[in-house]
Design a binder for this molecule. Structure first.
Ligand SMILES: O=C(CO)COP(=O)(O)O
Length: 253
């Protein structure tokens, strides 16, 4: 049975005190709303991880938004998977379009980061998504397939079973333009069929695939009602405790 997940991506927002305070609110609210088999995750900047992991308990899990592709050593400014794991984080977002676009992260690099995350006991939330041009010129299935093949289809089946995938159309991120439930379902079914072709039915059926891109309390329920959408990766709305909790509630509707 695949897990239902709502994960917040705080991106580069909130100083330390603001982060701890928002997270405490989220934990208190989520505790009352979350059903036992559902997972709430907050992916914060590195600075917050240690404190949030102590506050979250079983109600809200913690993830990072990036890790180094190296184990350790003379890489000034980098943070390793082992360091992230050592403070109690369990997840890491990899392949986010902002990292692909602004930090030139390639599929090959992301493949390395995925392996190093898994080797250190972190669960990657691996993002893929097409740009507006790629949507308009009809190349998006090809683009998404390449991101899957070059990024994560090199994993053994045992490792692949541990990861979470997020479909985030770049044109929907932070724009207020959400993919319609039908558009998102179409892509999620496509992703699942590619996983099935590579790893077989059971692995495909068990893989959690999240939708991300202007997901909010008003549209979450109709997205999550689609058969291949298993929850969301939430940017802006994860910075408001009520909105984030309402999106978790939408998993039940
Ligand atoms: O990038 C996202 C989550 O990773 C989505 O961001 P928004 O929800 O702000 O569109």
């Amino acid at each position: 049975m695949r897990k239902k997940i709502v994960a917040g991506n705080w991106k580069m927002n909130l100083d330390y005190n603001e982060g701890v305070s928002l997270f405490s609110e989220i934990v208190n609210m989520v505790r009352d709303e979350r059903k036992g088999d559902q997972l709430a995750i907050i992916c914060s900047p590195f600075i917050h991880l240690n404190s949030l992991a102590k506050l979250g308990g079983n109600d809200v899990k913690i993830g990072a938004q990036n890790i180094s592709d190296k184990e350790s050593g003379a890489y000034t400014g980098e943070t390793s998977a082992k360091m992230v794991k050592s403070v109690g984080a369990e997840y890491v977002i990899l392949g986010h379009s902002e990292r692909r676009q602004y930090f030139a992260e390639s599929d090959a690099l992301l493949g390395e980061k995925t392996k190093i995350a898994l080797a250190n006991g972190l669960t990657p939330i691996f993002c893929i998504g097409e740009t507006l041009d790629e949507r308009n010129n009809g190349s998006y299935y090809e683009v998404l397939k390449k991101q899957l093949v070059d990024g994560i289809f090199g994993l053994t089946e045992e490792d692949f079973k541990k990861i979470v995938i997020a479909y985030e159309p770049v044109w929907a991120i932070g724009t207020g333009l959400t993919a319609s439930p039908e558009q998102a379902q179409d892509i999620h079914a496509f992703i699942r069929s590619e996983i099935q072709a590579k790893y077989g039915f059971n692995t495909a059926d068990d893989t959690t695939i999240l939708y991300g891109g202007s997901c909010n309390p008003g549209n979450a329920a109709s997205l999550f009602a689609q058969p291949d959408i298993d929850g969301g990766l939430i940017g802006g709305a994860s910075l408001k405790s009520r909105d984030f909790t309402d999106i978790i509630k939408a998993l039940n509707s």
